[in-house]
Write a protein that binds this ligand. Sequence first.
Ligand code: SF4
Ligand code: SF4
Length: 171
Amino acid sequence: MKLETDLKTIKRLAEEREDENWRFRTFLKQCDNKEIDAIVHRLLEEIAPQIDCSTCRNCCMELHPECDEAEIERLTGLLELSKEEFKERYMVERGEGTFYIQGPPCPFLREMRCTIEAARPQGCRDYPYLHKEDFTFRLMAVVSNCAICPIVFNVYERLKKEVWHRRTQRR
Ligand code: SF4
Ligand code: SF4
């Protein structure tokens, strides 16, 4: 199955398939969580190496990761700013004491490169989270990430084929 990597096409297809994606989410909620994790991890291993994040960076263009106090501390050191200056310039507070990088797009993205790569927040390192356990507990985020991340889009499409379409065809 050919992978889709064009960001405009992915956004359009994710919008066109929104109803289907939510129906598949309902189906996945009834599946065995560990079995789905194993399939998602295998699909991720197959698909991620074929997608070049360095020429995509759409997560940095579309999302704004959370930063905890330790991460803010690390970044103020790297950028030689006081915590107050750093928060004023780069952070937005949503909810008491919860800070996110301003944007999107992320102000640390320049010429398709992360300028704080060594100190980037854990949320950036973990995105798109498909290597984690409990995929079926994070499906709201997965469905919304289908419109943003080519890795998520292609994994979700392949997962539909493997566990949904085949099972419904057997009936
Ligand atoms: S901090 Fe770096 S990796 Fe994270 S969103 Fe910004 S540019 Fe992207
Ligand atoms: S994680 Fe997804 S959205 Fe981010 S750069 Fe890689 S393919 Fe693009």
